[in-house]
Design a protein. Structure first.
Length: 160
C-alpha cells in the first residue's frame, strides 16, 4: 500500500505546507517564502478592497485573490458573483505574471464578464476594471511579459 505523504491542515484537508513566492508558486521546503494570510477571514467590503489593493500594489495578486475568495465565501449570496469575479481578475493577473498567457487572458476576461453587471458597489470601479482586464488580456495573449506590481489595477474609483 502506498503511504499518503500529502501535507494536511488541522482539519485533515490536503494543504501544501511548502512556502510560496509572491505569485503563489510553490518553493522548495525550507526556502523562505512570502507569508500567506489566514483563510476564512470575514471582512467588511471596504476592508476586503483595502487589503486586496495593498496586496496588488505589492505585486502579490495571488494573495489578493485569496482575500476576494474569503469575501465570496462569507458574503451575501447576491454578491458572490462580484467577489468571485474580483478573485478571477486577481488570479488572472497572477497567471499572466507567471507567464501563463492562455490561462491569464482567459481568467481576466472571465473576471471582467462576471463583474460587468454590477454598478460599482462599495466604490468598485467596474468600468475601469473591466477595461483594464480586457486590455491586459489582449496584451498577454499577444505575448507581453507582465510585472504584477506595475500592472496592478485600481479597484475603486478615486472619487469614492
Amino acid at each position: 500500500m502506498k503511504e499518503n505523504r500529502r501535507d494536511r491542515d488541522d482539519e485533515g484537508r490536503a494543504r501544501s505546507a511548502r512556502p510560496r513566492d509572491g505569485l503563489g508558486r510553490p518553493l522548495a521546503y525550507g526556502v523562505p517564502g512570502v507569508e500567506r494570510g489566514p483563510e476564512g477571514v470575514v471582512r467588511t467590503p471596504g476592508e476586503t478592497l483595502s487589503e486586496a489593493q495593498r496586496l496588488l500594489d505589492a505585486g502579490k495578486p495571488f494573495h489578493a485573490h485569496e482575500v476576494f475568495e474569503d469575501a465570496w465565501k462569507s458574503g451575501p449570496d447576491a454578491e458572490r458573483a462580484l467577489w468571485k469575479g474580483m478573485a478571477q481578475l486577481a488570479v488572472g493577473l497572477t497567471h499572466a505574471a507567471r507567464g501563463n498567457a492562455t490561462g491569464g487572458a482567459r481568467l481576466l476576461l472571465r473576471g471582467a464578464e462576471a463583474i460587468a453587471p454590477f454598478r460599482g458597489p462599495y466604490g468598485i470601479d467596474v468600468p475601469g476594471l473591466t477595461s483594464w482586464a480586457r486590455e491586459l488580456a489582449v496584451r498577454v495573449a499577444g505575448g507581453a511579459e507582465v510585472d504584477a506590481a506595475r500592472e496592478a489595477p485600481r479597484l475603486t474609483s478615486l472619487t469614492h
